[in-house]
Design a binder for this molecule. Structure first.
Ligand code: BGP
Length: 487
């Protein structure tokens, strides 16, 4: 028993995303999405632009020519599309107050350009959200989680094309209207800052279609379109669902200086500022001066139509949500910078921190730090909508899974949240990532598992898909039941 106190109504729960869980990639009228044809291999670094790492038109063509579902495991997911009732029962058993998931745009508008939505797709989410509420679970819904209709990616190179804003707004308006009695917490774009790390998943942009010297500009243009779309969707939500709340969603990549040498401290400050640029725009409603100057310096011309800046200024978010997996280290020593680790850059190694099997630095203290810092910067409620430990689990001969490492990870991170709350930070809730095992974004495999619930499926798609409660399942249930007092 600890003396940790979480506020009443704290939203304990878990998080998944449509494209990593649902499967049923071509069922009930769903169109193919960017997620259905990408094996993750993209890393585009703004400072040292290397577009050859990005997914190419050839990759997409090969994927669409292939119906090998095991080659593209996200097409299979964990069959949440058909098993969601059973999964919701498990979440309800743990006492979830909230479940974060996303709507696959291409279930509602298969190509993105239709004028009429696909009723079967709408019905699926209606029943999913209804069943959540029947179990006392509040839906927290991301509109755009690494998944746009593939057709839009091919048509105008994703979000590079301004017309995508209108297609997106037709989608968002449709789902706001349909689910207005069911969903009151919304997020527009998942990890909107990740556009430059993996442009195809985030923005449907095939960088090989853009001349090299124009790539950076094209990505910033696409980013501007997402900011405008996000603000306009926020306006729609306020008109259609009074009282609903909109959050922005960023990857919080808290960065420490490698040493206390002032040059390193300054670099870390700049890296943090770059990371926070995306939430700055959505909270403060304006592009910061440092970004405008950088565009000028780099010869980047972002076309803004009349009214765009006013829209961004007017429709800012109600709360700030973020994912937190690790902290990073900045070093002025160029040679030591930029080591790529999965979908997040791990940078320089921190000698004070242990790492996961995938080299992600485990840093609960950094979560307290991030929360205090974000709270001081924005004075808005915060929501940790992703965090967790990717790990290989061992199934014992009797079928049990003793994931004490996961329990330790969450215990430390929950204590870290409590420490921030004790400092006056307003935290709305905590939704651990992949609360049930799902297909990993960066490895496209099942063996990088995050869940409290085990799913019997291996990297080659073999397995019964049966669900099993891990040891952490029972532990998390007690945490929620005691509102964080029993850890
Ligand atoms: C975040 C994404 C998620 C997710 C998570 C874990 O960046 O929003 O979609 O998958 O990272 O990453 P991975 O699955 O690569 O371990």
């Amino acid at each position: 028993m600890s003396s940790v106190l979480f506020p009443e109504g704290f939203l304990w729960g878990g998080a998944i995303a449509a494209n990593q869980a649902e499967g049923a990639w071509n069922v009930d009228g769903k169109g193919p999405s960017v997620a259905d044809c990408s094996l993750f291999k993209a890393h585009v670094d703004l400072k040292d632009y290397k577009a050859q790492h990005a997914i190419s038109s050839e990759d997409v063509a090969a994927a669409m020519a292939s119906d090998d579902i095991d080659l593209y495991p996200k097409r299979r997911g964990i069959d949440f599309y058909h098993r969601y009732r059973e999964d919701l029962d498990l979440f309800a058993e743990m006492g979830f107050k909230v479940l974060r998931t996303s709507i696959a745009w291409s279930r509602i508008f298969p190509k993105g350009i239709e004028t009429e939505p696909n009723e079967k797709g709408l019905q699926f989410y209606e029943s999913l959200f209804t069943e959540m509420r029947q179990r006392g679970i509040e839906p927290l819904v991301t509109l755009h989680h690494y998944e746009m209709p593939l057709h839009l990616a091919q048509l105008g190179n994703g979000w590079c094309d301004r017309a995508v804003i209108d297609h997106f707004l037709r989608f968002s308006e449709t789902v706001f209207r349909r689910y207005r009695h069911l969903v009151k917490y919304w997020l527009t774009f998942n990890e909107i800052d990740s556009a430059f790390r993996h442009p195809f998943s985030t923005m449907g942009v095939l960088t090989d279609r853009i001349p090299e010297e124009k790539r950076e500009e094209a990505l910033w243009q696409a980013m501007h379109h997402q900011f405008v779309a996000s603000a306009l969707a926020t306006r729609q939500m306020r008109e259609i669902i009074p009282g609903a709340q909109m959050g922005c969603m960023v990857t919080r990549r808290l960065t420490y200086p490698e040493t206390c040498a002032p040059e390193n401290c300054l670099l870390a400050l700049k890296d943090n500022r770059e990371n926070l640029f995306y939430s700055d725009v959505q909270v403060f409603g304006a592009y910061p001066q440092h970004r405008r100057l950088a565009w000028q310096r780099d010869g980047v011309n972002v076309v803004m139509e009349r009214g765009d800046e006013e829209i961004i200024r007017q429709y800012t978010v109600d709360f700030v949500s973020f994912s937190y997996y690790m902290s990073m280290v900045s070093s002025v020593d160029a040679e030591r910078r930029e080591k790529v680790g999965g979908n997040l850059t791990t940078g320089v190694k921190n000698p004070y921190l242990p790492t996961s099997e995938w080299d992600w630095q485990i840093d609960p203290v950094g979560l307290t730090h991030a929360l205090i810092d974000l709270s001081d910067r924005y004075r808005k409620p915060l929501f940790i909508v992703e965090s967790g430990l990717g790990s290989r689990d061992t199934v014992e001969p009797d079928g049990s899974i003793h994931d004490d490492y996961r329990i330790a990870y969450f215990r430390d991170h929950i204590l870290a949240i409590a420490a921030a709350i004790a400092e006056g930070v307003d935290v709305m809730g905590y939704t651990p990532w992949g609360c049930i095992d799902i297909v990993s974004l960066s490895t496209s495999q099942m063996s990088k598992r995050y869940g409290f619930v085990y799913v019997d499926c291996d990297d080659n798609g073999n397995g019964t898909m049966n669900r099993t409660r891990k040891k952490s399942f029972h532990w998390y249930k007690d945490v929620i039941e005691s509102n964080g007092a029993v850890l």
